[in-house]
Design a protein around this ligand. Structure first.
Ligand code: G3P
Ligand code: CA
Length: 242
């Protein structure tokens, strides 16, 4: 099995993260999937961005949750890549519309760790269902209660457990929660004894983040993991096809 390449916030090394431009570039670079992060605007729209706040990536200030959709869409999201003078914050719906005609997977990360967005799980499920993309979406979150909430709302969802610390026997926890996958910070997959073997025996997929170093990509590919989440889909594709 060839390890899949999922573009982290789109092809975010080359275009502003979590924008249509970055997702379009990921498609063009031959990614097998995209990863993105979702929040709710003040008026309840599911929007795509990483941080809870606007300063790092846009010309706005303050929290997403304190802005209406119209206010958010008036901002420019090119602070990391100034050449992209038209980059906007997309709605999740706009990204679904972009990806629906392709065969890419979407990893939707629910950002519910700092601001607890009331109803974000149901709203996200409804949008994915409206685009008939349930089988192409895997949900992840550092807030595993959000993932349990998603499954309570729809028992057929695919879920991946995000975590950063090096965890011993993560497959045991994944099996306990009946998760489809783990989404670990990648060094623990390379260095943690038994992580890959345990998951492979248990049928738990491994989707580590964020892997940009070609040597590390090759090493993960040799371990037979299912997908890597990377800022550089072109580099990952090349490294994994060696
Ligand atoms: O989903 C993998 C990765 O995106 C998790 O960390 O902070 O980049 O959202 P972060
Ligand atoms: Ca993320």
């Amino acid at each position: 099995m060839q390890t899949k390449v999922w573009a982290h916030r789109g092809a975010s090394a080359y275009a502003p993260e979590n924008t249509i431009e970055a997702f379009q570039l990921a498609v063009e670079q031959g990614a097998d999937g995209i990863e993105l992060d979702v929040h709710l605007s003040k008026d309840g729209y599911v929007v795509v961005a990483h941080d809870e706040t606007l300063e790092r990536v846009s010309d706005g200030t303050g929290r997403i949750v304190d802005h209406t959709l119209a206010q958010l869409q008036a901002l420019t999201f090119n602070r990391t890549h100034p050449d992209f003078s038209r980059a906007k914050m997309p709605l999740l719906e706009q990204v679904l519309a972009l990806i629906a005609p392709t065969d890419l997977t979407i990893n939707i990360e629910i950002k519910s760790g700092i601001v607890l967005y009331e109803g974000i799980e149901q709203k996200t499920l409804d949008l994915v269902k409206a685009y008939h993309m349930q089988d192409r979406v895997i949900y992840s979150s550092f807030n595993h209660f959000s993932l349990m909430q998603l499954r309570a709302l729809d028992p057929s969802v695919h879920i991946g457990l995000l975590y950063q610390a090096a965890m011993v026997d993560p497959h045991v926890y994944a099996m306990h929660l009946k998760a489809d996958a783990i989404h670990p910070f990648y060094p623990s997959v390379l260095l943690g004894p038994g992580v890959v073997e345990g998951c492979q025996k248990a049928g738990v997929a491994i989707h580590p983040y964020t892997v940009d170093n070609p040597a590390h990509l090759v090493a993960l590919g040799e371990k037979g993991i299912e997908a890597v989440i990377t800022n550089v889909p072109d580099v990952a594709r090349k490294a994994l096809s060696r």
